[in-house]
Design a protein around this ligand. Structure first.
Ligand code: HSE
Length: 373
């Protein structure tokens, strides 16, 4: 799914122009590959051939090793298997990866260039060859709070997340819709009968989501008409790995793993399709006036924008329904809290397949090309 979104974005931005591209697959070798519609060539690593070519074998190390750069959305198992073999054989090209497998390794840089271009450039200059996209929730959080991190105003913070089905993958998105359909179909009679009262309808929905007829193969529990406060695997700290990533990856992206900002999270799956939302409580290093906070937030990068803290603007601009399929990073509900003058809260939404996954990868490919390495 990330690969499909990435291709769309690369075509839209003309990224294939001047590139000799080969598409590889682990499961569909020989099938027709995607088109590169902007005039770039597609074929062997030498750039031979135009138009759509058959998908090559993603385990063919000798073919892979002819490329200057490999960009993969195949997943961590593939990375763990193929990258060490390529390096052992002496391949010295750039590995750009959506998966988490290499994120915390010392020989990798996490990429989110609107936030950490300096860290990326330093990595390129020092000979780093692995450039890895961060966790979606973390990248979206850093883009939203770019201004406050840039001014080093955050002493510590919490992120309470509301993560979409797409974070689990395409099958999870289908399962969410299928769960919704099951509820709709099996409660239609009571929904249509306006005089039936709400309690029977509520009881019916509860019975449906607890029943064996509810499709839960992928999530393991009903998500529609419910939520799931557990994402990824457990860690000794009592956090889930998804929660740990905000602290570990967030600070690595910022280039401050040696002086980390404490970030604590509870990550929750909700019934949104592809936008992750997050509520932040932030302890500021000092009392900054609210107007200054707003000005800092909204001017930090080209994608973040401030949403007025009222109902009309919030419902129009600060929801997954409004943001899905866009590169917008709205941040709203910004206010000082009753915890003290140096505390603030905020809420942000972002498309986890775009800025959360595909966009940082296509942009670092462009950065590498432009830097002439
Ligand atoms: N781990 C994320 C999630 C998605 O489950 O929502 C990818 O980073």
């Amino acid at each position: 799914m990330v690969g499909s979104v990435l291709l769309e974005r690369m075509r839209a931005e003309g990224d294939f122009a001047g590139l000799s591209t080969t598409f590889y697959s682990t499961s569909q070798v020989g099938e027709e590959g995607p088109s590169v519609s902007d005039g770039g060539s597609q074929g062997g690593p030498d750039g031979a051939g135009e138009g759509r070519s058959p998908l090559a074998d993603a385990y063919d190390l000798s073919a892979l090793s002819q490329h200057d750069a490999i960009l993969t959305c195949q997943g961590g198992d593939y990375t763990k298997q193929v990258l060490p073999q390529l390096r052992e054989q002496g391949w010295n090209g750039y590995w750009i990866d959506a998966a988490s497998a290499k994120r915390m390794d010392d020989d990798s840089v996490l990429v989110l260039d609107p936030v950490n271009r300096v860290v990326i450039d330093r990595g390129i200059d020092s000979g780093i060859k692995n450039f890895i996209g961060g966790n979606c929730t973390v990248s979206l959080m850093l883009l939203a709070l770019d201004g406050l991190f840039g001014e080093d105003l955050i002493e510590w913070m919490t992120c309470m997340t509301y993560q979409a089905a797409s974070g689990g993958g395409a099958l999870h998105m289908r399962e969410l819709v299928s769960q919704m359909a099951t509820i709709g179909e099996k409660s239609a009679d009571l929904l249509e009968d306006g005089g039936a009262g709400i309690l029977p309808l509520d009881q019916r929905v509860t019975d449906i989501i607890r029943s064996e007829g509810m499709p839960i193969e992928n999530f393991g529990a009903p998500l529609a008409a419910s939520l799931l406060p557990w994402i990824d695997r457990p860690m000794d700290s009592g956090e889930t790995r998804e929660e740990w990533k905000a602290f570990a990856e967030g600070n690595k992206i910022l280039g401050r793993s040696g002086d980390p900002v404490p970030i604590d999270s509870i990550c929750v799956r909700v019934g949104a399709m592809r936008c992750h939302s997050q509520a932040f409580t932030i302890k500021l290093r000092k009392d900054v006036p609210l107007a200054d906070i707003e000005a800092i937030l909204k001017s930090a990068n080209d994608w973040v924008h401030l949403v007025r803290n009222d109902k009309e603007a919030t419902l129009a601009e600060l929801t997954p329904a409004a943001v899905s399929g866009t590169l917008d990073i709205p941040i709203g509900r910004v206010r000082k809290t009753r915890l003290g003058d140096d505390y603030m809260s905020a809420f942000s939404v972002g498309d986890q397949l775009l800025w959360g996954a595909a966009e940082p990868l296509r942009r670092v490919l462009r950065i590498l090309r432009e830097s002439g390495v």
